[in-house]
Design a protein around this ligand. Structure first.
Ligand code: ACO
Length: 329
């Protein structure tokens, strides 16, 4: 069974409740019908019943097994607003402001998770990353001991690379310009994602345009410093840097440029030095090399909330719901 099938089959066993705030969006509804038919997860669609009904009829899909919740009229609004005021009391959020925020499904979804009424969320088919993430950052927050949420992609490439053709790329979605400490945290949480979702033994490469001191530049120093911090925080983790991409994934180049490195030439987790490199890098591999890219899988959040690229397909949504359900276990 390939990895995707394993992720879906495990999701089915978990039977988690995944909230889809973009409940009237056509790809989301098509994906919901597949998810329900294949019993990958239970689905909660957010939106007005009549609007969802009209779109379902137009598309000819069956989402009758989904729970439909209208954020504007739901009976839990008052309770959620109270919770929001409590969470943001230092920021001075008022109940009226909270009730207004709850009209937005991107706020209602995370509050369902916070209240224990859903297990995970997936959105972003029609909303920008920042709009999906901000409510999650504000109300769901990070895991204990984690200060930075980042986004990983599971990349499916030629079997000669990574772990049988699977690599984890991060951060490709969230932190525009991480400092060394944040980059170290991204490396550690990416290794955890690789372990828990892909089931691989992580070998983490801290990427740069330099390998083991071949170039001198403040940007290289940042990656070196991040490597040092990550090694101190996770001494058992197989992690090395700074490495160029070829030294990280090609055995011969790794042996030449970084002899003795436990990671060079066989990395399966690639940590990019910043979001420009990470976001452009994963899209290059996806579009030019034809790799399947699943993600961004958000890591470090206290509950599984994931974002989609607005260019996502129905299949991408189905796959990401399965990943979200796996994260919720
Ligand atoms: N991890 C945890 N919390 C965070 C993070 C993070 N990475 N970033 C911000 N926060 C928190 C802040 O601490 C703050 O919390 P507070 O309100 O309790 O004090 C809250 O989130 C809002 O912080 P801001 O700095 O005001 O956040 P802002 O909204 O400006 O930016 C955002 C956050 C939206 C994630 C921003 O960093 C961003 O736009 N990143 C790029 C996203 C993107 O466009 N990615 C590329 C597309 S994705 C793709 O192609 C698949």
């Amino acid at each position: 069974m390939d990895l995707l099938e394993k992720i879906k089959s495990n999701a089915s066993k978990l039977n988690k409740r995944i909230v889809l705030p973009e409940g009237v969006e056509p790809r989301t509804l098509q994906a919901a019908s597949i998810i329900l038919k294949e019993k990958i997860a239970r689905v909660i669609l957010l939106g007005a019943q009549d609007e969802i009904d009209a779109k379902v009829k137009e598309l000819g899909v069956d989402v009758s097994a989904a729970e439909i919740v209208d954020p504007k009229t739901d009976s839990r609004r008052d309770k959620y607003a109270g919770m929001m005021v409590e969470i943001r009391k230092k920021k001075g959020l008022t109940k009226d402001e909270a009730l207004t925020l709850l009209n937005d499904p991107l706020y209602f979804g995370p509050m369902m998770i916070k209240a224990g009424d859903a297990d995970g969320e997936l959105a972003g088919a029609i909303n920008a990353t920042g709009d999906v993430l901000r409510p999650a950052f504000q109300f769901v927050k990070t895991l204990p001991g984690v200060s930075v949420v980042s986004g990983a992609f599971l990349m499916f490439v030629d079997k000669k690379f990574g772990h049988d053709g699977v690599l984890v790329f991060a951060d490709c979605a969230v932190m525009p310009d991480p400092d060394a400490a944040q980059l170290a945290e991204i490396a550690i949480t990416s290794a955890q994602t690789a372990k828990s979702i892909v089931g691989l033994e992580p070998r983490v490469a801290m990427l740069s345009f330099s390998t083991m001191g071949s170039a001198k530049h403040p940007l290289v120093d940042k990656v070196l410093e991040a490597t040092k911090i990550a090694k101190e925080k996770a001494p058992d983790l197989m992690l090395d840097g700074e490495l160029q991409l070829d030294a990280a994934i090609i055995k011969e180049v790794g042996e030449l440029k970084a002899p003795g490195s436990p990671v060079a030439g066989k990395a399966n987790v690639l940590v990019f030095p910043g979001l420009e490199a990470g976001n452009i890098g994963y899209k290059l591999v996806q579009r030019l090399a034809g790799a399947e890219a699943i993600g961004p899988v958000l890591q470090g959040m206290a509950a599984p909330i994931n974002d989609l690229s607005r260019g996502c397909s129905v299949n991408d949504i189905v796959n990401m719901v399965a990943v979200t359900a796996n994260q919720a276990q």
